[in-house]
Design a protein around this ligand. Structure first.
Ligand code: F6P
Ligand code: MN
Length: 310
């Protein structure tokens, strides 16, 4: 079943359906840029973003693609993007606001490793984007990997659609996704090891213990694209950890458009997330581009890590 037919068969809010269709349209354009562009779209744009990170040409291309599409959607009141210091207000009084990381993991583009796009959709309330993640109405990501897939959480279920690159249609391939309660994958950048808190180090030690058969009990996997690391762990069972480090006291990932939508998808797939203090979805943001320590994945693995904190 293709995405349009699927949406027609569901009793979703019409505004949210239109937003999903816009993400479909934008992500297909991004897919085409990544896979079919004839000019040189790789490498740095020479600019830095609000967080002083190098902006890749494709970050800007993806940002422009989604903004152009979202601006025409009468259900969207305003847009917060990783690539824009300020909130963009659209010319209509839509009921929803949308926060996005238009191209996640963009440092991986040049080396042919999966990247993604991440979206968090909230109601347009006086709090604006500073709402708890639990208030999200829809969360979605697209992974441009060996296949291009869209995954979204809506009405307490998580669905995955795979792009047919010939017909340029997304088809339902993953119904009612559930994260395995147990897993054996741990995903962390161990280059940060010496600046990790003791409980995280203890958890990593635990993951590295051998079983009685002398075989490893866990496997380490870290791609460096949040969407791709999460997607694998969601399907196979695992934990993603980006804690605070000595040089990044608030962690690396952005709460509103990276942690929240991934945490919302995890929750609706029976997974768990935390900032190592409280559940991610219960954190009230104070700044639009704020960062947060982020742990997400299989329930029992997240619980095991938290035991080292107690
Ligand atoms: O958007 C930030 C991001 O690129 C994520 O996709 C990824 O998980 C993380 O940063 C990788 O950070 P580091 O290079 O410190 O491992
Ligand atoms: Mn990102």
């Amino acid at each position: 079943m293709n995405l349009s037919n699927f949406l027609n068969s569901q009793n979703y809010n019409p505004g949210l359906k239109e937003i999903i269709l816009d993400i479909q349209a934008g992500s297909i354009q991004v897919y085409q840029q990544l896979n079919e562009a004839e000019q040189d779209i790789f490498g740095s744009s020479g600019q830095k973003n609000v967080q002083d990170e190098d902006v890749q040409k494709l970050d800007l291309l993806a940002n422009d693609i989604f903004i152009r599409i979202f601006r025409k959607n009468m259900h969207i009141h305003s847009i917060l993007s990783e690539e824009n210091e300020r909130i963009l207000t659209c010319d209509n009084d839509g009921a929803y606001i949308i926060a996005m990381d238009p191209l996640d993991g963009s440092s991986n583009i040049d080396v042919n490793i999966p990247v993604g796009s991440i979206f968090s959709i909230l109601k347009n309330t006086p709090e604006g984007f500073l709402q708890k993640g639990s208030q999200q109405q829809l969360a979605c990501y697209v992974i441009y990997g060996t296949a291009t897939m869209m995954v979204f959480a809506l009405n307490k279920s998580v669905f995955g659609f795979t792009l047919n690159t010939k017909t340029k249609e997304y088809n339902l391939t993953h119904s009612n996704i559930r994260i395995p309660v147990n897993g054996n994958i741990f995903s962390i950048n161990e280059g940060n090891f010496n600046s990790l808190e003791t409980p995280v180090k203890q958890f990593l030690d635990y993951c590295k213990q051998l079983g009685s058969d002398k075989k490893r009990t866990h496997t380490g996997r870290f791609i460096g694209s949040l969407v791709a690391d999460f997607h694998r762990n969601m399907l196979k069972g695992g934990i993603f950890i980006y804690p605070k480090t000595a040089d990044k006291p608030h962690g690396q990932l952005r709460l509103i458009y990276e942690c929240n939508p991934i945490a919302f998808i995890a929750k609706n797939a029976n997974g768990e997330s935390t900032n190592l203090n409280t559940s991610i979805l219960d954190v009230k943001p104070v700044k639009i581009h704020e960062r947060s320590p982020f742990v997400v994945g299989s329930k029992n693995m997240v619980a095991r890590l938290l035991e080292f904190y107690h």
